[in-house]
Design a protein around this ligand. Structure first.
Ligand code: ATP
Ligand code: MG
Length: 232
């Protein structure tokens, strides 16, 4: 029985996972563009900061200022955590060796130095893109995730979906490595007149979890999951 959970700070989703994520696990949010991956990830960090935790945001997409601006727009008093409890790092994934080595080797060191208990990598799929063969990607990602698992830190990665399969991450790999997989998706009504955002907890190692598909909305101040509503 695992008593303590790491709350994502999205009440409906936390309930679907038996209270939240399991401390020290590797978790991934898979979804296509605009489904709210970054919003979920920032909410997870914000929740930790408010609990007095230290956090790291590794971004492969947006620069530091844009990430702070994005969080401030939610009405969060994020500036007071900047460089104190929250460290934001932008990795530019154009230099293959530099990006891979810095993420692989420096992230575990940084986690320990800072004493971070929450880390976001957004999106991990851009990092995975850097490997030139599927075999190297698998081997390196396995090592990377295994190494992160030994840190006393809860990790949340985001991943873009495959362009032909809204149920799979782009490289169809991270969902096997992660302990928890949360899938974000667009659901269209039969008449194709409405689009809903839906989420499901596809997998959660060492825990019971909901298998229902629930609608959610991205609102000005964060994500709202309609746990009492059904999509189907
Ligand atoms: N203030 C807001 N109010 C309502 N909806 C918003 C607000 N801000 C963002 N959104 C919605 O959230 C979506 C983007 O969310 P987010 O950036 O978290 O998605 P993402 O999955 O990370 O996207 P990407 O794959 O492009 O990085 C927008 O397309 C919009 O629908
Ligand atoms: Mg994003």
């Amino acid at each position: 029985m695992i008593a303590e959970r790491v709350k994502m700070g999205i009440p409906g989703l936390d309930r679907m996972m038996g209270g939240g994520l399991i401390p020290g696990t590797i978790n991934v949010i898979v979804g296509s563009y605009g489904t709210g991956k970054t919003t979920f990830a920032t909410q997870f960090l914000w929740e930790g900061l408010q609990q007095g935790e230290k956090a790291i945001y590794i971004s492969l997409e947006e620069n530091e200022d844009r990430i702070y601006a994005y969080m401030a727009e939610k009405g969060w008093d994020i500036e007071k955590y900047r460089g104190v409890a929250l460290t934001v790092l932008k990795f530019v994934p154009y230099d293959f060796n530099l990006a891979i080595n810095s993420i692989k080797n420096e992230l575990p060191v940084l986690i320990r130095q800072i004493g971070a208990t929450r880390v976001v990598v957004d999106p991990i799929s851009l990092f995975e893109d850097l490997f030139d063969t599927a075999a190297t990607r698998r081997q390196e990602m396995f090592r990377f995730v295994d190494n992160l698992r030994t840190q006393n830190c809860t990790i949340l990665m985001t991943s873009e979906t495959d362009k032909d399969d809204p149920y799979s991450s782009r490289h169809n790999l991270i969902e096997y490595l992660a302990d928890t997989v949360i899938l974000l998706r667009y659901a269209r009504s039969d008449a194709q007149t409405d689009v809903h955002l839906t989420l499901e907890v596809v997998k959660m190692r060492r825990s019971a979890h909901s298998r229902e598909i629930k609608p959610y909305e991205i609102q000005q101040d964060g994500v709202l999951v309609y746990t009492d509503a059904n999509v189907f």
